[in-house]
Design a protein around this ligand. Structure first.
Ligand code: 5GP
Length: 200
């Protein structure tokens, strides 16, 4: 069995990466790394399913105890990736998705240079604003902050291996599955398997 892939998915708030991830994990080949955050749960969000919801004190305790692989602040809240889950999952052949913002993604790049970095963008900034306002999960000042952050994040697209424009969900999903399929055909993905055959 080959080890699974580590897939980092970033993109501005409202790019639709959350929807993409929800669709991807319907296939049991994919597992989502559940993050810890100090953000308050949105309506319908569940502890341990969408996030591990923490107080600032709890989160800072996790930082001190080195329980996080990476963490960053996003629009006033902490977000971070718990250790262990990723390693355990890829060893079991699963493809693990980290849905994280750019600062955290750059930390992951240093730890796992072999990970695949995919940047999801909306078709336009106007569309991004429409989506953020339309989903009505944030107050106007938070939407403003997220739009400002979106522009900063867009400027960092070149750190990613792939860009997927999320105009139509089915097409974006198809493109991501295509990326995953071709990554699995790379010779580097066969290194361990082939070396086992040769040397054992
Ligand atoms: P939201 O509040 O919309 O759920 O997430 C805000 C941003 O935080 C999104 O860009 C999301 O990808 C990012 N995020 C979620 N979990 C993590 C994490 O564990 N680490 C980092 N660095 N960013 C995260």
């Amino acid at each position: 069995m080959n080890t699974g892939l580590k897939i980092v998915l970033s993109g501005p708030s409202g790019s639709g990466k959350g929807t993409i991830v929800r669709e991807l994990i319907k296939d049991e080949q994919f597992l989502l790394s559940i993050s810890a955050t100090t953000r308050a749960p949105r309506q319908g969000e569940e502890e341990g399913v969408h996030y591990f919801f923490k107080t600032r004190e709890e989160f800072e305790g996790m930082i001190e105890k080195s329980e996080l692989l990476e963490y960053a602040q996003f629009c006033g809240n902490y977000y971070g990736t718990p250790k262990d889950f990723i390693e355990d999952s890829v060893k079991n052949g699963k493809d693990v998705i980290l849905e994280i913002e750019v600062e955290g993604a750059m930390q992951i790049k240093k730890i796992y240079p072999e990970a695949i970095f995919i940047f999801v963008v909306p078709p336009s900034l106007t569309e991004l604003e429409n989506r953020l306002v339309g989903r009505a999960t944030e107050k106007p000042d938070v939407i403003e902050a997220r739009l400002a952050r979106a522009k900063e994040e867009l400027a960092l697209y070149h750190h990613y291996d792939y860009v997927v424009v999320n105009d139509r969900l089915v097409e974006a999903l198809d493109e991501i599955k295509c990326i995953v399929r071709s990554e699995k055909l790379k010779s580097s993905h066969y290194k361990e398997k082939i070396e086992n055959v040769i040397y054992n």
